[in-house]
Design a protein around this ligand. Structure first.
Ligand code: UT7
Length: 351
């Protein structure tokens, strides 16, 4: 097997017509965690850049978070549920093992359109965008892509090596065909040779949950942090460079870099190796922690809300996660809202 396992898709005339996000109300700070774990605000901040994270309530599940983000994205797009033709939920923490989470979100929205999950862990939203744009290329009208996660449900709260890292949340985007915008090219890849680098070993068909699992805690997520860190930097750099090369875009023409928010040091290392100025990297990991598949859409929505995206901007998205999986793509930013005839939005930006 070669080290290069990526695939590259063409750029498509697709616009993110609406963005939405949802973060649970409860905020857990590093100091809160230091009350119950052998850790400190100083350790967490210097190793990860994380200051706080949101944690869902006991009566919430992933689909609830997804639904809230989805409603906001639909409002933002000016798209009605009737106009949607498909719903893709990227998650590695579904409500149930069976069925998928997307049908539950669809039902809550009041639609029976195509609805399915994508599990590519923290790269899930990038995979979801690729699937969504492919659906549009073959005739769909409007695809809702959601990244939603509740990692706090699969983290052992007593394991400081992971309990401090993750947060819960959801982000969503409505994808529509639009000649004045573009999404892609994509570079997606996976290397499943060593899944134990980052996994929840038990709870699936290989090792079903039994009393021994529950006692030993092998249904919780574990990670070899250093190995994951090195792979994350290398894969996000190579994958980002692949889409830049494929698109013929110079790194200095990237206006905003929205990377997977796992660790500030990873984002900085990726930015430095690619040559992206630190100011052009959008950071939310300090406030959100690592929200897995939700991190990229949460960060993209946050960047938009912070006024960082202007029409015609070239945005680089990149993510890395368990699997291993990774993915990157370019996005030509155009404002939210319903499709308008070319030349009537005043942006003057071409696809
Ligand atoms: O979302 C998918 C992608 N995920 C990632 O990209 C995460 C990648 N990995 C990382 O971000 C980093 O590896 C971590 C933040 C997880 C860990 O940072 P590190 O600098 O690699 O630390 P380490 O695992 O090498 O641990 C260093 C020390 C150890 O103690 P000793 O053996 O040196 O005495 C750990 O036991 O820090 C200790 N440690 C902690 N100390 C205080 C581990 N977790 C904690 C903690 N508080 N929460």
């Amino acid at each position: 097997m070669t080290a290069s396992t990526t695939t590259t898709g063409r750029s498509q005339p697709v616009r993110l017509a609406g963005l939405g996000s949802y973060l649970p109300e409860r905020v857990v700070t590093n100091d809160d965690l230091a009350q119950v774990l052998d850790t400190s605000d100083e350790w967490i901040r210097t190793r990860t850049g994380i200051r706080e994270r949101h944690v869902l309530a006991s009566d919430q599940a992933t689909s609830d978070l997804a639904l809230a983000a989805a409603r906001q994205a639909l409002d933002d797009a000016g798209t009605t549920v009737d106009q949607l033709t498909a719903i893709v939920v990227a998650t590695t923490t579904p409500d149930h093992t069976v069925p998928g989470t997307a049908p539950l979100v669809a039902a809550a929205l009041g639609t029976e359109v195509t609805a399915f999950d994508v599990n590519a862990a923290c790269s899930g939203f990038l995979y979801g965008l690729r699937v969504g744009s492919s659906l549009l290329a073959t005739g769909d009208d409007a695809v809702l892509v959601i990244g939603a996660e509740t990692l706090s449900r699969i983290v052992n709260p007593a394991d400081r090596s992971v309990a401090v890292l993750f947060g819960d949340g959801a982000g969503a985007a409505v994808l529509v065909p639009d000649e004045r915008a573009s999404l892609g090219p994509f570079d997606l890849g996976a290397d499943g040779r060593d899944p134990s680098m980052l996994w929840a070993e038990a709870g699936g068909s290989r090792t079903p949950v039994d009393a021994e699992v529950l006692t030993g805690g092998s249904h919780f997520i574990t990670m070899r942090g250093g190995d994951v860190y090195r792979n994350a930097v290398a894969r996000m750099v190579a994958s980002s460079q692949a889409v830049l090369d494929e698109a013929g875009v110079k790194v200095e023409d990237v206006d905003v870099f929205v990377g997977h928010q796992a660790n500030l040091r990873i984002l900085e290392a990726v930015g430095q190796r690619l040559g992206i100025p630190a100011d052009n990297t959008h950071v939310t990991v300090d406030r959100h922690g690592n929200t897995s598949a939700a991190s990229v859409p949460l960060a993209l929505t946050d960047a938009r809300d912070a006024g960082r995206l202007t029409p015609g901007d070239t945005v680089l998205l990149s993510a890395f996660g368990a699997g291993l999986t990774w993915g990157s793509c370019l996005l030509t930013w155009q404002p939210s809202g319903p499709a308008r005839p070319a030349g009537t939005d005043g942006s003057g930006a071409a696809a």
